[in-house]
Design a protein around this ligand. Sequence first.
Ligand code: BEZ
Ligand code: FE
Length: 292
Amino acid sequence: MGNQQVKTTTPEEITEAAVGSFDSCPDERTREILQKLVRHLHAFAVDARLTEEEWMAGIQFLTRTGQACTDTRQEFILLSDTLGLSMAVDAINHGKGADATESTVLGPFYVPDSPWRANGDAINIEADGEPVIVQGRVTNTADHPIAGAVVDVWQNSTNELYAVQDPSQPPDNLRGRFRAGDDGRFWFRTIRPVDYPIPHDGPVGEMLASVGRHPWRPAHIHLIVSAPGYEPVTTHIFDADSRYLDSDAVFGVKSSLIREFQRHDPATEPAPPGVDRPWYTVDCSLALEPAG
Ligand code: BEZ
Ligand code: FE
């Protein structure tokens, strides 16, 4: 007693002690993750010379973030998204095959089991908005069609909201699953998606406002494309006309995913059935890489 040497005085000694406390963790990967997490957290505190008040403000912010989570709202994922962490994890785990369609965030508004629809069907149940025909081909990275590939799509309405956020929309509005034909082709009718703010009435919104960041995402259509034997891809196509392409609140934009919506005029071109206004076409060809 009394002359035992305990070395937890300097930040470096405390870091080594905390890292070492995980040495006998039986699961190697868990040990590696926790030890790296502790090392980086300590290095961050030292680098920023974090004060006790700042540490407490951080704890309180994370507490509010947890308290804002419900069955239908995941404020921690939103925090991860707005810190760029979700896209960093995406980049680490995808994107090695240069010829395949690039991935981006799933986002909180995906609802599985969308209705199956036939090619050419509309996903907008309500008629307002600028008519769009989305057409594309699902191929492998050598440009061969993948017959029967499934294209699961969802997007927001002209009021900026997804059906899952908005009780005034039918639950299946602006979502659907399509199956590519033997030539890999799929197509559907919709309305042009609009720019929208991510949910910003909680702690993440407070954080964005307090640092002078806006909550907007550039207009996009979400897709999950899958086929047996191929890596599925979770992605978007972004509207090239959006003003937020270079300041997406969640860092989801990749140049390869930006698409021109081509305008067509019923005065000069035969309009698709039921269309009496200018309409748009957009190409959404997609390439999958082999599984594994
Ligand atoms: C979305 O695109 O739906 C989305 C992605 C990340 C955060 C919020 C929304
Ligand atoms: Fe979205």
